[in-house]
Design a protein around this ligand. Structure first.
Ligand SMILES: Cc1cc2nc3c(=O)[nH]c(=O)nc-3n(C[C@H](O)[C@H](O)[C@H](O)COP(=O)(O)OP(=O)(O)OC[C@H]3O[C@@H](n4cnc5c(N)ncnc54)[C@H](O)[C@@H]3O)c2cc1C
Length: 414
């Protein structure tokens, strides 16, 4: 079977869906989205769905990230208004500090130049904003960001796929791309398990698996996939008005827990620092699903939550957990990789999501689609996210991991 598309997009997570959707909106007629599994089954389906101005917490972020962050919030609001239910709620972000060190970190967010609306709040206000879910324990304080929102990624996936179909895009689930077809220094299409597709524009948005497709062509994108997990509890009477909470310093070994309301229960998790976070490192071939990920990291999060239950009683009340694991991909400077793949004309990538792809994906998709169609984007230029900005300094994921662990923004924040 031979096929052709104006643009082939590889990978049906939030970033691939975003670029496909915006290519169609920008007027490209024949967009083909190829997904190995079902859309949003990998990391996107595990996302917590916090969508806000992360630039207040990431020192390397600039006006480019802020532009796509605002775009992301508005994108999901629009989807909801268009009748696609994505559980969009703009309850704000509440960064909460539970020890001295994390409270110091919050000070840097107050009236941050990239989001002057983010402001410090005392413990009493934290209790009010959370409707008593977090108690005004001595020593608790926060920074509140009114712009922050959240969505449910499973519904986002269904909505984006429906919108792509409505705009005439072609989506082929269960059609893995097995290789890139490159002639000279130009992309001419992709190979799949059911035949080749010719195209002179291909966008790689295969998440943790991007480098597997690039490796035969001597290319490497400087990111490292690290496992993390989302936990959903049974309904606990958590109010729907709860802001999306980022809790720092609950215990010494868990740098951050993120928590929000979902169907009356808690949707939460955290960056765990131990096994199985690093288990994908150095593998030539990653597993295609993360269902069988060991739950050691989840247990680590549970210990941190137990520590936080003194001021957040709901953490002492749940009895049931649903888990989903994903592999966000981190870069040495926490900024994404979006743009042309050097050395292969017509090949583009959206990679290195730094655990922010639900927020940034729509904006990256828009900026890259505009770039392909018009040569520029009014939303933002792509220079900040150039794929070759590290000048070949990193050649393996193990090297990137060393840089990421040394410079972990999360660690600095706490
Ligand atoms: C627990 C957790 C919490 C998170 N919380 C947040 C949050 O609150 N806010 C936020 O902004 N971000 C969050 N993230 C990060 C966010 O989920 C990711 O940044 C985002 O989902 C990455 O999307 P992606 O499209 O790049 O990757 P993926 O969703 O992994 O999509 C890549 C797709 O490519 C497909 N694929 C791979 N190889 C091939 C191939 N050869 N052929 C065809 N298809 C292929 C895969 O099957 C997959 O569907 C979180 C992530 C996790 C795991």
């Amino acid at each position: 079977m031979s096929d052709h598309a104006d643009v082939v997009v590889v990978g049906g997570g939030v970033q691939g869906a975003a670029v496909a959707l915006h290519l169609l909106e920008a007027g490209v007629r024949d967009v083909l989205l190829l997904e190995r599994d079902e859309p949003f089954e990998a990391t996107s389906g595990a996302g917590a769905g916090f969508v806000g101005i992360w630039a207040v917490a990431f020192p390397t972020f600039g006006k480019e990230e802020v532009a796509v962050e605002h775009y992301g919030i508005n994108f999901y609001r629009r989807l909801q208004e268009q009748g696609y239910d994505v559980d969009f709620a703009q309850n704000g972000f509440l960064f909460v500090g539970a020890n001295e060190e994390s409270l110091l970190g919050l000070r840097g967010m107050d009236r941050h130049p990239l989001d002057p609306d983010t402001h410090l709040v005392d413990g009493k206000r934290v209790e009010e904003l959370t409707d008593g879910v977090i108690l005004a324990d001595e020593g608790i304080a926060g920074a509140y960001q009114p712009a922050g929102a959240h969505v449910y990624t499973k519904k986002v996936g269904a909505a984006m796929i429906a919108r792509i179909s409505a705009l005439g895009g072609r989506i082929e689930p269960r059609r893995p791309v097995t290789g890139l077809r490159v002639r000279g220094e130009r992309i001419v299409g992709v190979e799949t398990t059911t035949g080749a597709v010719s195209s002179d524009s291909v966008v790689l948005s295969a998440g943790a698996w991007n480098n597997e497709l690039l490796r035969p062509h001597g290319a490497f994108l400087p990111f490292v996939p690290l496992l993390t997990s989302r936990i959903i509890t049974e309904p606990l009477g958590v109010p729907p008005s709860l802001p999306a909470v980022l809790l720092f310093g609950a215990t010494s070994d868990a740098p951050v827990l993120w928590i929000r309301q979902h169907e009356g229960g808690l949707l939460w998790g955290g960056v765990y620092m131990n096994h199985p976070r690093d288990t994908l490192l150095g593998l030539d071939k990653l597993p295609t699903r993360f269902d069988e990920t060991p739950i050691d990291g989840v247990l680590e999060c549970q210990r941190a939550a137990a520590g936080a239950s003194r001021f957040m009683p709901a953490f002492g009340r749940y009895r049931s957990m649903t888990l989903k694991h994903g592999a966000p991909c981190y870069t040495p400077d926490s900024r994404a990789l979006v743009g042309s793949v050097p050395g292969i004309e017509g090949l583009y990538a959206i990679a290195g999501d730094n655990e922010g792809g639900i927020t940034h994906g729509p904006g990256f998709g828009k900026a890259l689609a505009d770039h392909l169609v018009h040569g520029f984007s009014e939303l933002t230029h792509l220079d900040a996210w150039q794929l070759d900005r590290f000048d070949g300094q990193y050649t393996t994921d193990v090297e990137v991991a060393a840089a990421v662990n040394a410079d972990s923004v999360v660690q600095q924040e706490t």
